[in-house]
Structures are given as structure tokens and as C-alpha cells.
Unconditional design. Structure first.
Lengths: 555, 371
């Protein structure tokens, strides 16, 4: 009886988390059923072809970029030895600490007309405006470069794990059959790593589709900027919902590709002897070193230096009470959201462990899908849903008590917390489930048979053993919340600001240097999960990274 | 009164009966052992006794008190049973001392310390109190798991394949050590294993389980020499089943010639039967009329195990001391010397519980367990 209620409540929680998506799907389904194509056909006539073209080009460019950078660095750092290889193997994860839009701001600061590079060029050669050609960073190409530099660690991390797993005998077999080292890479290592490369690239592409800050700042019209413009600029809610629906369809296609590629990733090589690395010397070593340092330099070191220089330039900001209020807002919100999300994750993970029926497993898997859904899509769906609910509450309250409670759900932090839970639950769920898997069922039974009641087992065994993974989950979710821009932008209560929103606003006002301090703070906090990730990566060096250990860390 | 009594026990997982109609009793101080291939339901039976599985029909009683019956399952923590898990299930966040003392909830701190010291002494790991499980080897972890289960002095100790994750040499030594320890502590124990050497080394009573049914529950000696079921004969020890026909005068016509044995007296004349031939039932004897050709030789240390093809084409096994090497392909004479003659009716050898849907198990000459 009790377990039946528990099962119902688990399914209900999962459905609840799916509500914003249902709204979007309903809006999309209402099209062919309701037959009202006027909004959409108008959008098709005007802007959608452009959104599709830009989004596709962006994805294509980012895919090429992350695969080139990710696979190249992964192969060099795993199979070759050259100066700096040990540092690079973890440092190459650092770009993940950079939110893409922040990197975009820093490059704009460095490369646009008044930036350091062009100013120096003009000073050096005595050029004036229009005397020379310089690539425009605020363009589709610029967006591709920035997103590739920030997202390539996804491919690097997963591919690296596969390269480490590849056993020496496979490669030695290739050598004995007459392949050179390079041919071994192209004909054995690379095909074996293909599922991992696809997985990493699809994760990067999901982030690309979800990105709003970068493309908005660079003036590239994609689906996310389109949704924003249709809604806020044109006030067209239906159109925004329909665009969100199309974006959702694209994301689901990516999810399916990723699932499929993970299923293919069964080139299992049991207990492999790691392949002997190639010892590079002389110019080859320097070339390899440069090839790995460059993405790190461009993806992390330069942007971080730019942020630091802005933060020093605007040192007054650090003494400003408003700024600290802002920081306090952000951290309090992130912490609250993290606690909430981890609690929900614990509830679902325990449900799945103790009631592993098909229904419950499906529900929990469904609840964990949010990581792939762009924050903007969740926000739009949620806002529609909650403002509808608010209207009903207001109407009911006025007819019953003659009192208008205002926007209880959509106008408060409730909406924001709800959206974060939908989006980041999977991060917490994966971490908690991995921790829970370490507590074997026989340990529960061993404690029971020693006279401990179920609740006492929880306290004596589960609490101490689960503490590290719960803490990790809180950190990961908290940092993700801190960096999340689009959902916060849409759903924040009136006059409520966070660090991410402040950086966005400052950049939007062309006050890039003022975006420095909040951005630097976010990057520094964002380093924590990257350090955790790199520690996990190095720890599992020998038996390689299990897929479970992998948690997306950017927002 | 038996300490543990299982009465026509059936345990279901989902809709499937995993354990069916098992009746077992274990006296206080005895060590019992359930043998069987993996998937035969022995672990499920153990978990039902521990209270982790509800029973479908029948009952489980501990010292005369029913602890499990349909619609009634006493919680595991109230049963006073100890259990050693297959994967040891040591708590990784607790030291050895805390692990061992884990179940002694109502003992004082001093009592705990004393008992932990005593047990560590008995399992020959003195001074290991403050180690953590991950610092120990597999064999040490196993012994700590045993000590943890013994610490609260349970009425009954259950051991689920306790040695299966250890290497063969360690396994045999530990089995003997554990038996001594259990006897010293006067603990009643039930062990589950698929390794007969382990069962023979430890058990006072043993049984073979197959597809959820317990085929026989007697001493290991009886299981080996007087199996009551062909599956038991097949599972325990080496041996082959041969066909024969008992004639009116109580002798049996068989591939080994005419055999006479007291156990044939109560078999009706003209009955086709299967009988069990152990390697030690056939003695190499150059003068014997029963001739065969050696097909394979297996070195077993003190003796060799030969597979011999008789003139009739039937294959049997025999032993001889390893210092008299016989070459493969050479001829050998064999003399039947049956201490026990185990005879099954030829038409009554189907798998237990499957009388209606006899599977593709041909009663004719089941394959011998060649090792």
C-alpha cells in the first residue's frame, strides 16, 4: 500500500518536472490539429529560414571545431609524451569553466575596433579607420570560434577516456600488420573512438543550441535569439512557443543520436595493457606542445587574463555594496536551488533503488532529460504555464476574498527554482545515483540482519557513504545555476539581479569592462567543478572514465 | 527440537517459483550445506531464511517459533540471525573494529572491545582493529565479514557462497578454519555453495538443490555413496551412469558383465535400471575379463584418472596410483568392486518437478562429469 503511494508520487514528480515541456509539445501539436498556421506561416515567410540556416551553420562549424580540437588534443595527450603533456592533460578541461558568452565578451574586448589588437596594429603601422581589413569577431564565424573554444573539452574528455581504454595489443596488431603510427591513428584508434566522438560532439551541440548569450551578443539570429525577439520584441507568445517547439524537436533529434552512439560504444576491451606512448623529441615535441597549448591559451588563459585586467581596471566595483548584494543574491539563489534539486534527486534516486519497477525507472529517466533542453525553452514553457495558473489563482482569490494576491508563481523565485530543477536535475541525479550504486544492496541487508531498522540503516550506512556525492551534486548544480543566463533572464522576479544577468546587461550596454568583475567571479567559482572533474579523470586514469562519472558542467 | 525447520517451503520471485517444496531441519550446533549449480534457488532460500524474501507457501521456524509464513515475515533485524554475504558487504566507511562491533548494539563499549579482540584473535588477524576494509586482501576481508556476523553471537549463521571470490587454495584452507571456528563458538550454520569440496570440508549435513527443489538432505558421505537421485549422482563427484537390466535371480546384466549386489534384491526382475559407477568402483586388474582401451589420462597428483572405452563402446572412469603410468591407447583390464551399488529405475530419472514436460535430458548414458 505504502509502496503504491510512493510509486504514484514518484511518477507524479517526474510528470511535474515535465510540465514545461508538455506545454511546448502541446503548442507544437496544436498546429496540425488546430490548423491555425497563420503565425507560423508568417514566421516561415520572414525569419525561420534564416534561423534554421544560421543554427545549422553554427552547429556544423562548432561540430568541426570541437572534433578537431577535442580529438587532436586527446590523441596527443594520451598517446604521445612531450614537454607539458602531464599539465595539459588536466588543464585542457579549464575552458569548461568559461561560460561561452563571457568568452565572447572578452574576445570582443580584445579584437574589435577599439580593442588591444587593432589599436596596437594602428599604432605600429600608422593606419587609420578603413585602411586595413580585420576579421569581424561579432559574426557567425566568431560565434563558431568562441563556442568551439569553450566546448571542445566535452569531446576531449570522452575521447580521451576511449583512447586510454584502447589496449596496446590492438595497436600493436596494427603495427605488426604494417601500419605506421599515423595509419594506426587513422585506421584503428579513430574508428574505435568514433562512438565517443559522436557522444562528445552531440553534447557540445546541445550546448550550442541552448546558447543565447553568445549569439545574441554577436548579433547572429538563431532559434534562441529568435524566441527572445518574437516574444519580447514582437509580443508574440504563440510564435515564441512554436519556435521553442521547433528547437525542442532539434534537441530531441540530438538526444536520439547521442543515445544511439552510446549504445554503439561497446567496443569493450577487457583489462587492457595501456599502449606504450610515443616519445616525441625535437621539433615534433614542440609542435605537439604548441597544438595543445593553443586551444588552452585561446579557450581559457587569454579570456581569463582579459577578465582580470578589466576587474583591475574597474577595481571600484569590488568595493561597491551593490555588487556584493548582487553576489549575495546569486550565491543564495544558487545554494537554495542546489539544495532543492539535490533533495528531489535523492527522492527520485531512492525511489528507483527501492521500487525498481518499469514505471518508476521510466519516470526517473524522463525526469533526467532536462540537461539537454535549452534553458530558454524550459523558461518559455514554464512562464506560459505559471502565468495561466496565476490568472486562475487571482480570479479565484478575487471572487472568494476580493483580494488580488499578485503573480504568486510566475512573478517570484518559485518560477526560477522550478526551471532550475527541470534543467539541472539530471546533473544531481547522475551524481547521486553513482554514489548510491557504491552502496551495494548487500550492505543494506548486512545492516538489517545486524538488527538495524530501515531508518537506522539510512543513518548508519547511507548518510556517511553518500555525503561526498551529495556535496559534489550541490556544488555542480550550484555552479550551473550561477552561470545559467537565458532561464534567469526570462524568469527572474522584477528587479532581481544575478551576476550572470549583470554581466549580460553591462555587455549589452557596451560597458564591457564593467562586465569584468561579475564575470571573473563566475569563472572562479566555475573552476571548482572543473577541478572536481579533472581529479575524477586523473583518478580513473587506469580504468578510464566511466560514462556515469561524466557530468556536463557548463550551463 | 530442531533449531531451523523449513516446512514445504515455496518462495516466488514475481510469478516464478524459485524455491519449491523444500523441507529441511538443522539441529543446534550442526553445519548444513546447500549445494547446487548457479540459479538453482539456493541463495533465494537463504535470503528467505534471513527474512529478505517473503515465502509463498510453507513456513520457516527458528527454535520452534515461526518466523516466516505466507503473509507473515518477521523483519530480518528481529531474527537474531547472522549472515556472511558473497561480496562480504563490509562497510567501507568503518574500521575493522567498527565493522565487527556493528551488530553488537546493546553491548557496552568495553564488551565490544573485548569481543572484537577475541574474534580478531580467533581469525588470526590480531591488531587489525583500526584498518579500513579497502586496506585488506580478499581473504582478510572474508574473515572480517565472518567475525562481524559472529560478533553478536547469532542463533544461526547463514553463509552465502562465502569463499567464491577467493582463489582455490585459500578457499580450502578457510573452509576448514571456518568450520573449526563455528564449532568453537557452537554456532549453527547453513552454507550455500556450488563447490562440493567446500561442502564436504564443512558440512555435517548437505543437500543438492536443482531447479528449486531439494533432492536429498543427508550427510556428505551419503550424498556421495548413496545418492537418491540421478541429478545428485551426476552433481557429486566423478562418475558415469550405465544402463542395466535386473533379471529374475537378482543379478544385473550390464556393460560391466553380470553384477550381483544385495541392493539388487528388492528390484523386480526384468526391470531396466541405471546405475552409478564411480572411478573407485572399478579397480584396474590385468587378469580381469572386462577389457577396455585407455582414451585419456588426467593427472590428479596422488593418482591418475583414466577414461576407458570398453569393448562394448561404453566409457567409464577409473583411478590408479600415479606412479604406475598407463599409456593412452593401451589395453587395460577392469574389475568391478562395488561397495555401494546405486540403482535408479531407468524410467524414473527425469528432472525433478518436470514430470509432465520432460526436457531433452535423455536417460541413456548421461554424460559423465569429466574434469
Amino acid at each position: 500500500m505504502l509502496s503504491k503511494w510512493r510509486q504514484i508520487s514518484l511518477v507524479a514528480s517526474a510528470l511535474m518536472l515535465g510540465l514545461p515541456l508538455f506545454v511546448i509539445v502541446a503548442a507544437l501539436l496544436a498546429l496540425p490539429l488546430g490548423g491555425d498556421f497563420t503565425t507560423l506561416s508568417h514566421l516561415w515567410d520572414t525569419v525561420i529560414p534564416e534561423y534554421v540556416r544560421h543554427s545549422l551553420l553554427l552547429m556544423l562549424g562548432v561540430a568541426v571545431g570541437v572534433i578537431t580540437l577535442g580529438v587532436g588534443t586527446a590523441w596527443l595527450t594520451t598517446s604521445c609524451r612531450f614537454p607539458g603533456q602531464r599539465i595539459l592533460s588536466w588543464a585542457l578541461l579549464l575552458p569548461l569553466a568559461m561560460p561561452a558568452y563571457i568568452t565572447a565578451y572578452t574576445y570582443t574586448g580584445m579584437l574589435d575596433y577599439s580593442g588591444l589588437v587593432q589599436t596596437s596594429l594602428r599604432d605600429a603601422f600608422g593606419w587609420g579607420y578603413g585602411d586595413y581589413w580585420f576579421p569581424q569577431i561579432r559574426s557567425l564565424g566568431g560565434a563558431i570560434v568562441v563556442l568551439s573554444l569553450v566546448l571542445f573539452p566535452y569531446v576531449y574528455l570522452i575521447t580521451r577516456a576511449t583512447f586510454l581504454q584502447q589496449s596496446a595489443t590492438t595497436l600493436e596488431a596494427g603495427r605488426s600488420l604494417g601500419l605506421s603510427p599515423w595509419q594506426c591513428f587513422w585506421r584503428i584508434a579513430l574508428p574505435l573512438a568514433r562512438p565517443a566522438i559522436v557522444t562528445g560532439a552531440t553534447l557540445a551541440l546541445m550546448e550550442t543550441l541552448a546558447d543565447y548569450g553568445t549569439v545574441q551578443y554577436f548579433g547572429v539570429t538563431t532559434f534562441t535569439t529568435g524566441i527572445f525577439r518574437t516574444w519580447y520584441g514582437l509580443g508574440d507568445l504563440t510564435g515564441a512557443l512554436q519556435l521553442a517547439g521547433l528547437l525542442l524537436a532539434a534537441v530531441i533529434a540530438l538526444i536520439l543520436i547521442e543515445r544511439w552512439s552510446r549504445k554503439q560504444a561497446r567496443y569493450d576491451q577487457r583489462n587492457p595493457r595501456p599502449a606504450a606512448p610515443f616519445q616525441l623529441r625535437g621539433s615534433k615535441a614542440w609542435l605537439a606542445s604548441a597544438a595543445c597549448w593553443l586551444p588552452l591559451l585561446l579557450g581559457f588563459i587569454l579570456p581569463a587574463l582579459q577578465l582580470t585586467s578589466w576587474s583591475i581596471e574597474r577595481w571600484q566595483v569590488w568595493t561597491d555594496a551593490d555588487f556584493w548584494q548582487l553576489a549575495w543574491n546569486s550565491f543564495a539563489l544558487a545554494f537554495t536551488a542546489a539544495l532543492l534539486v539535490v533533495t528531489v534527486a535523492l527522492w527520485l534516486a531512492y525511489g528507483r533503488r527501492q521500487l525498481p519497477t518499469k514505471l518508476v525507472r521510466t519516470s526517473v529517466a524522463f525526469a533526467g532529460l532536462g540537461y539537454a533542453i535549452p534553458g530558454l525553452v524550459i523558461a518559455v514553457g514554464l512562464l506560459v504555464l505559471l502565468s495561466g495558473a496565476d490568472q486562475m489563482i487571482i480570479a479565484a482569490s478575487e471572487s472568494l476574498f476580493g483580494w488580488d494576491p499578485g503573480l504568486l508563481l510566475s512573478g517570484t523565485l518559485f518560477a526560477l527554482l522550478f526551471a532550475y530543477t527541470v534543467r539541472f536535475l539530471s546533473v544531481a541525479l547522475q551524481t547521486v545515483q553513482a554514489g548510491l550504486a557504491e552502496i551495494r544492496p548487500s550492505m543494506d541487508e548486512a545492516a538489517r540482519i545486524h538488527g538495524y531498522r530501515p531508518f537506522q540503516v539510512l543513518r548508519a550506512i547511507h548518510l556517511p557513504l553518500l555525503r561526498p556525492s551529495v556535496l559534489t551534486a550541490i556544488i555542480l548544480v550550484g555552479v550551473d545555476v550561477l552561470k545559467e543566463l537565458p532561464a534567469t533572464l526570462v524568469l527572474r522576479p522584477f528587479d532581481f539581479n544575478t551576476l550572470a544577468v549583470r554581466a549580460y546587461e553591462m555587455a549589452g550596454d557596451e560597458r564591457l569592462a564593467d562586465a569584468g568583475p561579475p564575470a571573473l567571479m563566475m569563472v572562479m567559482v566555475g573552476l571548482i567543478p572543473v577541478i572536481l572533474l579533472s581529479r575524477a579523470m586523473l583518478k580513473s586514469q587506469q580504468h578510464a572514465l566511466k560514462e556515469q562519472d561524466f557530468v556536463p558542467v557548463t550551463a | 527440537m530442531s533449531l531451523l525447520q523449513l516446512d514445504h517451503l515455496q518462495v516466488n520471485i514475481g510469478q516464478q517459483a524459485i524455491v519449491r517444496s523444500v523441507t529441511v531441519s538443522l539441529e543446534a550446533g550442526e553445519i548444513g550445506c546447500l549445494l547446487g549449480p548457479s540459479g538453482c534457488g539456493k541463495t533465494t532460500l537463504l535470503r528467505a531464511i534471513a527474512g529478505f524474501q517473503p515465502v509463498a507457501t510453507g513456513s520457516i521456524s527458528l527454535a520452534g517459533k515461526t518466523v516466516s509464513a505466507p503473509a507473515f515475515t518477521q523483519a530480518p533485524e528481529k531474527r537474531g540471525i547472522g549472515m556472511v554475504f558473497q561480496d562480504f558487504a563490509l562497510f567501507p566507511h568503518l574500521t575493522v573494529a567498527d565493522n565487527i562491533g556493528f551488530g553488537m548494539r546493546h553491548a557496552s563499549h568495553a564488551e565490544k572491545l573485548l569481543r572484537v579482540d577475541e574474534l580478531l584473535e580467533r581469525i588470526s588477524l590480531p591488531g587489525y582493529q583500526s584498518r579500513y576494509p579497502h586496506e585488506l586482501s580478499g581473504g582478510q576481508q572474508q574473515r572480517i565479514a565472518l567475525a562481524r556476523a559472529l560478533a553478536p553471537r547469532p542463533r544461526l549463521l547463514l553463509l552465502d557462497e562465502p569463499f567464491s571470490s577467493l582463489d582455490a587454495e585459500l578457499r580450502e584452507r578457510l573452509a576448514i578454519e571456518v568450520r573449526e571456528l563455528l564449532k568453537k563458538e557452537q554456532i549453527t550454520a547453513l552454507l550455500v555453495t556450488h563447490d562440493q569440496q567446500e561442502a564436504f570440508a564443512m558440512a555435517d549435513k548437505a543437500g543438492v538443490m536443482y531447479q528449486g527443489e531439494l533432492l536429498q538432505w543427508e550427510t556428505p558421505y551419503q550424498l556421495y555413496h548413496q545418492p537418491r537421485h540421478q541429478m545428485v549422482a551426476d552433481f557429486i563427484g566423478h562418475g558415469v551412469l550405465l544402463q542395466g537390466t535386473v533379471n529374475a535371480s537378482g543379478a544385473m546384466a550390464s556393460p560391466l558383465g553380470m553384477l550381483e549386489h544385495p541392493s539388487l534384491n528388492n528390484v523386480e526382475g526384468g526391470t531396466p535400471v541405471n546405475f552409478l559407477v564411480r572411478p573407485d568402483d572399478l579397480v584396474p586388474d590385468p587378469k580381469s575379463r572386462l577389457r577396455g582401451r585407455i582414451k585419456a589420462r588426467g593427472f590428479r597428483g596422488a593418482h591418475n584418472l583414466y577414461s576407458v572405452e570398453l569393448v562394448s563402446g561404453v566409457e567409464v572412469l577409473t583411478l590408479s596410483p600415479s606412479h604406475e603410468q598407463l599409456e593412452v591407447g593401451s589395453e587395460i583390464g577392469l574389475r568391478p568392486d562395488f561397495d555401494h551399488l546405486v540403482v535408479f529405475a531407468a524410467d524414473h530419472c527425469e528432472l525433478p518437478g518436470f514430470h509432465s514436460q520432460a526436457p531433452a535430458f535423455k536417460p541413456v548414458l548421461p554424460k559423465a562429469q569429466t574434469a
